[in-house]
Design a protein around this ligand. Sequence first.
Ligand code: ZN
Length: 219
Amino acid sequence: MVTSQLLSSIPGIRHAFGSAAELVPAALAPVWPRRPAKRQVHGTRVAAITDAQQEVGDADGFHTRAAGIPVSIITADCVPLLLARRDGSQVGAVHAGWRGLQDRIIPAAIAAMGPAASTLVAAVGPTICVDCYEVSEELADAFAASFGPAAVPRFRHLDLRAIAGQQLRAAGVQEIEHVGGCTCCRRDAAGEPFYRSYRRGDRGSQMHSGLYITPEGEK
Ligand SMILES: [Zn+2]
């Protein structure tokens, strides 16, 4: 199971990032049927979730203060970002690929969650690494222009994690943990891919990552 120490330290929430062995993490199973109905579209819309099985439509960010309803995203190389208020009163999940990062879904999600970004903690989950993520020269140039040299540490290679971290800090989030390694090149003990990776050729079976506020009485 892929988890964050930082999120594990928050009272009254459960979270996990998906992997090839656990496309839907077991930690989310108790509330999984209550998840919102959504379509991720590499956009910047962020939806407030108030009801179980809420019909959300197109969105790539989700947040809730309701107990027992998971907010989650699917990814296979893009950044899965999980957020929680330090007192456990609010959680959020954001899908940020290069397009979402370019269009700044992360600051949009943090703004949508309300004031006091400094009381949020963030876990950036399994994401394609710099070595594995080669892009066009045009895209690399655009990212260098928008986000500086740290976004493009090698010729034509983007560092999605670094950009996500930069946007979180700029939005006022101070506690940020990076977990899980690379979706494309991480292997398990048997040498098999640890994650699903779109770049490596996986199609049609992405990984879910998410979190929820535990209902009263659930241990
Ligand atoms: Zn890699």
